[in-house]
Structures are given as structure tokens and as C-alpha cells.
Design a protein around this ligand. Sequence first.
Ligand code: OAD
Length: 265
Amino acid sequence: MEKLFRQAADILARSQRLVVFSGAGVSKESGIATFREAQDALWGRYDPHQLATLQGFRRNPKLVWEWYEHRFGLLGDVTPNPGHLAIAALERYVPHVVVITQNIDNLHRAAGSSDVVELHGNWRFYRCLGGHKGFTRADFADQTDIPPQCPRCGDMLRPDVVWFGEMLPPEALERAFAESAACDAMLVVGTSGLVQPAASLPTYARRAGSPIIEVNPNRSAITPLADVFLQGPAGEMLPRVMNELATIMGEERTASPISPVLRSQ
Ligand code: OAD
């Protein structure tokens, strides 16, 4: 395993343009359930057709709104874990780092990553069915309707996250493909690699001849593409890679090389 940490750190030390591609697994150690693991997976306990589609929302807006309120209430209490912090700390060593995430939990930003592309939206924002965007909770704090109404047109508000059957935000997707095709290394963390189009990003890096490091306790659809597979939880694997990277870059090895500079969420 030591050898694999070294190989991963070598790749990162050489990188000038790194893409970190993350999924639900990176947030698991912050206490957020993943979607499709055998135990406790969200989509094992709840029906995504009812709760994560526009049709489900139109059918029962109150139910869907309240489910997200419950989930977001839980998200409001979570903080970044050592995996998120290690990813943010990569910016000390690699000139260009972009984090492309399928997560809506805001934890990469909270950990200090400065360039985050959110493919599936961000739970802190809301939009209306009429197309107005960019609302936060403060915009409907005085309303009692469930769901609240759009302050601009009165249509129903919904979380600004991507539901099944919906398009990903075009600018985010375009940037994700462009960055993946132009990167010189990709670090894939905590995704099953089963949901398209995001799951094809590592193929773009591969085609560009860029090495791929994967961190996951389980093999995924991306593992066959990985040059270095670090089998274990992100919160344990990534700090160890950062230790190696710090050594290569000439810094003194410390027990905890990552200073947890948390930004307010
Ligand atoms: P999944 O639930 O499909 O996969 C989570 C991955 O994280 C699995 O491969 C786990 O083995 C891995 N994992 C578990 N614990 C981990 C840990 N501590 N460290 C690192 N990895 C760990 O989640 P995603 O791949 O993110 O979409 O799912 C993709 C999309 O499907 C989600 O964004 C969501 C979902 O439906 C939408 O909501 C649009």
C-alpha cells in the first residue's frame, strides 16, 4: 500500500492541471449516506421516482419539499471531513485544481476548494418552476406556504438540484468535459461511476493520456481505468497521499499536514 501512496503522490507532484472528480463517497465520513451502497443507501430506503423527479414533485409537492427540508436540515449540520480537506490542500502543490462534483452538499467549498463545478446543483439554492433562479432561504423566510412561492412570479419553488430525467446545468457540464479533456491527471474519489453523463469524465482524461488515481473502498465502474487504485475510505487514504506529496515537495512530514481552514458554509 505504501508504494501506491507514493505512486499517487508522484502523479500529483508532476501535475500542473488536475481534475478531482468526486461523488457521494467523499462525504460519507461526514455522515451523509451514499445512494447505492448495500447498507443504508438513500435509494434503497426511498423511491427516487417519487422524490427526485419533476413528475414526483408535481404529483406531491408538499411531500417532496418536506423530504428535502429533512435532508437539508441534516446537511446543515455536517462539516467537511479529512478527505475534503486533503482535496482542498492540493491547491498548495498543483497550480490548477478544479473539483468537479456530483454532490450537492457544498462540502468541497466549505473545506476551502476554490474552484468547484457542481454537476448536480447545490442544496443551498432554489429555483421556481417558472425558470427564475438563484434564491436562498432568506428569499422565502417569511412565507408559510409549502412549497413556498417564487418571489418573482409566484410559481412553486423547488431545490436547485438535478433530478432524474433533467438536464445537467449546461455551463457546468461543458466546463467539466473541457477540464477533463485538458487535465494532466485526474483524482476520482467516492463515486460508483454509474450515473451518466458525469461517469464518462474519466474516459476523457484517459483519452488525453492522463493518469487516473481512484480512491474508493470498493471497486467501481471507473476502477478498470485507474492507474493507481487506493482501496479505502477517502478520509484515510487522501491524508496519507498528502503526507507523501508534502515529502516529495520538500516539506517536513507531520502527523497532520492539513490545516483545517473551514470556510463558513
Ligand atoms: P453512489 O452511491 O452511486 O456511490 C458512492 C461510492 O462511494 C461507492 O462506489 C462507494 O464504494 C464509495 N464510498 C463509500 N464510502 C466511501 C468513502 N468513505 N470514501 C470514498 N468512497 C466511498 O454515489 P455517486 O456515484 O455519487 O445523482 O452517485 C452519482 C449520482 O447518483 C448522485 O449524484 C445522485 C445519484 O442518484 C442525482 O441526484 C442526480
